[in-house]
Write a new protein. Structure first.
Length: 296
């Protein structure tokens, strides 16, 4: 439970890796998901970064999409009607450049129904000016509390691993009134074409995701678990039931599947099918019984 957000199960799909869900309806039974977090929207449309925008690396994917999206208005009036037909929780991911933008987002969201919670994306490494809120606990507290005061919806705060102690920033989010922490976004990286002496991405640096970042994500979840009382959504390299169970015992109350959706689109369903047996191996009836039980 994240504030007043109650999920039917703890398996969700991560922002930016599941499109706007309609693309996946032929492959995944969307009603089985605990929740869907669509691609982050900004206040005004963004064209995103110049291509190439993705490159495969060892056990990972490096991307520099740059928050390509059509803006909040287009989402609310053209995409939200479809989401409203789905029997799962819809968590809108938004990225605000400053507190003024937060206020406008709050006003717009107050005029619609069909959104169950908001995930504040404070952590996209590919957008200049967008990452500051996730690096400084005080700035994080300020933006979260600003948004907290303009919405009644549960607020999740998505954090970046590209900082010192993520637990400190999570504390800022908690102080600001967050109902949960989503961790982590991608890890800042670089892929190089040495013959051309260029980055393999059009925009230079990118965000690394997939199995390569799972140990970093687990470390972050543990640090956050020790630092705050609000629940955590674990993200980073999760594909299998073993991955998910590692996150639960480390401290996550739910998990989001990201890059795995690209190479194994039914990963969420497989994971959900395997969950009861994995829990019974630990003598547990539900995920709540095992959250954070890691001895560390
Ligand atoms: C192609 C791509 C696009 C992404 N776009 C977003 C986004 O718009 N908003 C966001 O909060 N995270 C975005 N992410 C980050 C994921 O939601 C997730 O936090 C990250 O990839 C780590 O999880 P994973 O290793 O399971 O992919 C994106 C990731 C990828 C690979």
């Amino acid at each position: 439970m994240f504030g007043s957000l109650i999920l039917k199960n703890p398996v969700l799909v991560a922002s930016g890796t599941f499109g706007y869900a309609r693309e996946m309806e032929g492959v995944v039974d969307l009603s089985r998901l605990g929740g869907i977090i669509p691609k982050t929207v900004t206040l005004t449309p963004r064209p995103g970064n110049i291509p190439p925008r993705t490159v495969e690396t060892a056990s990972g994917l490096l991307n520099s999409i740059g928050l390509d999206n059509d803006g909040i208005d287009e989402f609310l009036y053209n995409k939200l009607p479809y989401f409203k037909t789905l029997d799962t929780k819809i968590i809108l991911s938004i990225a605000a450049k400053n507190t003024e933008e937060c206020l406008i987002f709050g006003e717009k969201l107050g005029l619609v129904t069909g959104i169950d919670a908001v995930e504040l994306n404070l952590s996209c490494p590919n957008v200049s000016g967008g990452v500051d809120f996730a690096t400084d606990p005080k700035l994080c507290e300020k933006i979260v509390s600003t948004f907290r005061h303009v919405t009644l919806l549960p607020v999740l705060v998505k954090l970046s691993p590209n900082i010192g102690n993520i637990g400190d920033v999570a504390c800022g989010a908690e102080q600001g009134g967050a109902d949960g922490i989503s961790a982590i976004n991608t890890c800042l990286g670089l892929a190089v074409d040495w013959r051309q002496r260029r980055s393999r991405l059009g925009n230079g640096f990118g965000g690394l995701s997939g199995p390569a970042i799972k140990p970093i994500a687990l470390r972050c979840v543990r640090q956050i678990f020790k630092a705050v009382k609000i629940p955590i959504l674990g993200i980073g390299g999760i594909e299998t039931i073993d991955d998910a169970m590692e996150f639960f015992v480390t401290g996550a109350s739910a998990v989001q599947i990201g890059t795995a959706n690209f190479y194994n689109p039914t990963a969420t369903t497989q994971l959900l099918n395997a969950l009861p047996i994995a829990l019974s191996e630990l003598g547990a009836k539900n995920v709540a019984e095992i959250i954070g039980t890691l001895e560390l």
